[in-house]
Ligand binder design. Structure first.
Ligand SMILES: NC(=O)c1ccc[n+]([C@@H]2O[C@H](COP(=O)([O-])OP(=O)(O)OC[C@H]3O[C@@H](n4cnc5c(N)ncnc54)[C@H](O)[C@@H]3O)[C@@H](O)[C@H]2O)c1
Ligand SMILES: O=C(O)C(=O)C[C@@H](O)[C@H](O)[C@H](O)COP(=O)(O)O
Ligand SMILES: [Zn+2]
Length: 374
């Protein structure tokens, strides 16, 4: 674990260091900066070697993109805006192809850089474009959703969806830096804040118990972007992710814990044709995994109940329609954690003790599904 500067109770920026694997730095690390008014830091992260900057963003964030572009142009860069479709519609090969075309027509070289402005869907797509253009150029993420800040912008997983499933094509391509400007959360719809909180809760169950205590003690405040507790939760969740990806960038082992709740979660998103928020799907997936763990004697009743009380307290779903098992099982079979025929889940043996569970019999999964079925 690296030494970090934290300041949850002040308005000073907090810097969380992530070790390993940056496409930018000689020492292989990068900073996640959390604070307000962070745009002024972007030129320094891009560095003097950068001439052209492609700012990839959804149309809905055009006004923010214009501000980023003006600031870069004023600092002497040649910045262009690359607008992509919103949300999961952006995580398609055709959209990546469109971005490659724009970069090609702009004579984008290896010393140039990409900046993503938006939520996790944008950083996943922009990161993938950065990973593949000329076999890799630098990318800086400016997440504008809670989920993007606490999870998607950190750790270098990039990707797009295919017809068969979520994030099935991608690359590990860590950013050169992350600027998480808390002011962007002021315009974020409440359901998006709630969706992002699912990944924060995940970090509480897999690692940092204080996250769960803070949420329980401040349940009415956690989705308020002005509340100091939200900043503390953001910083704690990023620290959990930074600690994990610093040790295991390419998901050889430890990083799999960050996938808690995602095996069923991704299957739900696919079944719903991505009209279901990622965080909401992960929330249902965590309850499913908790029920699976309970059914095989690995997790106690109180921790399973705590999943439901915290997630429901925030406004997240903990159940799912009861007649979709065949479709969901198809999705589960395509999960990246599986090895050959062996289905594998992240389950908890206790708070803070995630383990990989090789499912011995699919009927156990169906039984857990019965526990979350509406
Ligand atoms: N790479 C990773 O490690 C990782 C981690 C977690 C999630 N993800 C991916 O992230 C995606 C979900 O990200 P998300 O929840 O941020 O969703 P999103 O990117 O789809 O953004 C959600 C919505 O919020 C809007 N929006 C963004 N910022 C806004 C702002 N400041 N004000 C108003 N509206 C704003 C967007 O236009 C969009 O409509 C999924 O594709 C998921 O798979 C990736
Ligand atoms: O960073 C990781 O590793 C994660 O698993 C974080 C997840 O929250 C995230 O949704 C990730 O994109 C899922 O990755 P995938 O490999 O299951 O597609
Ligand atoms: Zn996720």
């Amino acid at each position: 674990m690296t030494e970090n500067t934290t300041s949850a109770t002040t308005e000073q920026p907090t810097i969380i260091k992530v070790a390993g694997g940056s496409a930018n730095e000689v020492n292989g690390g990068y900073d996640v900066v959390i604070g307000r008014g962070l745009l002024t830091q972007l030129p320094d992260i891009l560095g003097p070697q950068t001439h052209r900057v492609a700012i990839i963003l959804p149309r809905a964030l055009r006004a923010t993109g214009d501000v980023v572009k003006s600031s870069l142009d004023e600092a002497g860069f040649n910045a262009i805006l690359v607008e992509i479709p919103d949300s999961e519609e952006g995580k398609h090969i055709e959209v990546a192809s469109f971005c490659w075309q724009v970069l090609g027509q702009s004579d984008f070289t290896r010393s140039d850089a990409i900046v993503s402005v938006g939520g996790g869907a944008v950083s996943d797509l922009a990161g993938f474009v950065a990973a593949t253009w000329l076999r890799g150029v630098r990318v800086v993420h400016m997440p504008t959703t809670l989920l993007g800040m606490v999870d998607a912008s950190v750790g270098g997983k990039t990707g797009i969806n295919t017809a068969e499933g979520k994030n099935l094509v991608g690359a590990f391509h860590p950013p050169a830096g992350v600027l998480a400007d808390l002011d962007t959360l002021l315009t974020l719809p409440k359901n998006e804040v709630i969706s992002g909180l699912a990944e924060v809760v995940k970090c509480g169950f897999i690692a940092d118990a204080t996250i769960l205590d803070l949420i329980e003690d401040n349940i009415s405040q956690v989705s308020n972007p002005h509340a100091p507790v939200l900043r503390e939760l953001i910083e704690r969740a990023i620290q959990v992710k930074a600690d994990v990806v610093s040790q295991d960038l390419k998901e050889s082992n430890l990083r799999q814990m960050l996938n808690y709740g995602h095996t069923l979660g991704h299957a739900i998103e696919l079944a719903e044709r991505y009209q279901y928020r990622h965080g909401a799907a992960v929330a249902v997936g965590m309850v499913f995994a908790a029920e699976l763990a309970r059914s095989v004697g690995r997790l106690d009743d109180a921790t399973v109940d705590r999943h439901r009380s915290i997630l429901e307290g925030i406004g997240l779903p903990t159940s799912y329609v009861g007649d979709r098992w065949a479709t969901l099982l198809d999705g589960i079979r395509r999960d990246k954690k599986n090895r050959g025929e062996q289905l594998r889940f992240v389950i908890l043996e206790d708070q803070g003790k995630p383990v990989i569970y090789d499912v011995p019999d699919e009927s156990l999964l169906f039984a857990a599904y019965q526990e979350i079925a509406e």
